[in-house]
Design a protein around this ligand. Structure first.
Ligand code: ADP
Ligand code: AMP
Length: 216
């Protein structure tokens, strides 16, 4: 099954992806994670991406599309994949359709998580991530049992440098201007499904799971 998670920054895509890939046994492909890894390693891709990520701006399409093209060609995507944070522009969506057709694949489901802008700010500024395994927490809405320690692997939790109030504003504007128009693109293809991302984490997971199983 080939799935896309859409929604503004902080809607819960990563949180839900962690759970859904466990259930459906497909690789979780996050372009944001790919850029953060490259930035940490200081590769040429990371150096280039950092110029944009640090400002809360989208990385140029050519760079982002290249990463996804390479990743989807790997054998573990043969039985399906979950794209989280890609596509984010109409050009990326058109490129994805092209890549999929070259690889004899098609997108089966686009799940859109909707959350009000005011709540997104609280979610993003309170987000904490495990340095070791990447698990996502929230200081108020989904805290770990022990402060700043990952429940799953005991790794140390950190705050993303782009999860500050100032950068969140730019990121949400980028979403409105460049990514939100994609909803229409997928609605026209008849594969867009809406889920209210403001509900409790387990409720959102259960609704996505039902949709993907064709039960809702
Ligand atoms: P995205 O990947 O869409 O940017 P995340 O999954 O990282 O979003 O979630 C953003 C923040 O909101 C995290 O701190 C996460 O723990 C929290 N969060 C995610 N889903 C919910 C929810 N349904 N209710 C409350 N908090 C949530
Ligand atoms: P995320 O982890 O999805 O919140 O992404 C973090 C940052 O990575 C974004 O603010 C962008 O700078 C960059 N990024 C991630 N995915 C994309 C994409 N599909 N297109 C352009 N930039 C992206």
């Amino acid at each position: 099954m080939n799935i896309i998670f859409m929604g503004p920054p902080g809607a819960g895509k990563g949180t839900q992806a962690e759970r859904i890939v466990d259930e459906f046994k497909v690789p979780h492909i996050s372009t944001g994670d790919a850029f953060r890894l490259a930035m940490k390693q200081g590769t040429p891709l990371g150096v280039e991406a950092k110029k944009y990520v640090d400002q809360g701006l989208l990385v140029p399409d050519e760079i982002t599309i290249g990463i996804v093209r390479e990743r989807l060609s790997q054998p573990d995507c043969d039985t399906g994949f979950l794209l989280d944070g890609f596509p984010r522009t109409i050009s990326q969506a058109e490129a994805l359709d092209q890549i999929a057709s070259e690889l004899n694949k098609k997108i089966d489901h686009v799940i859109n998580l909707s959350v009000d802008r005011n709540l997104l700010l609280a979610r993003l500024t309170g987000r904490r991530i495990c340095k070791s395994c990447g698990a996502t927490y929230h200081i108020l809405f989904n805290p770990p049992a022990q402060e700043l320690v990952c429940d799953k692997c005991s790794g140390e939790l950190y705050q993303r440098s782009d999860d500050t109030e100032e950068k969140v504003g730019t990121r949400l504007d980028e979403y409105i201007n460049k990514t939100a128009p994609l909803l229409e693109y997928y609605r026209n293809q008849g594969i867009l499904r809406e889920v209210n991302g403001e509900q409790e984490i387990n409720t959102v997971t259960a609704q996505i799971s039902s949709l993907l199983r064709g039960l809702a």
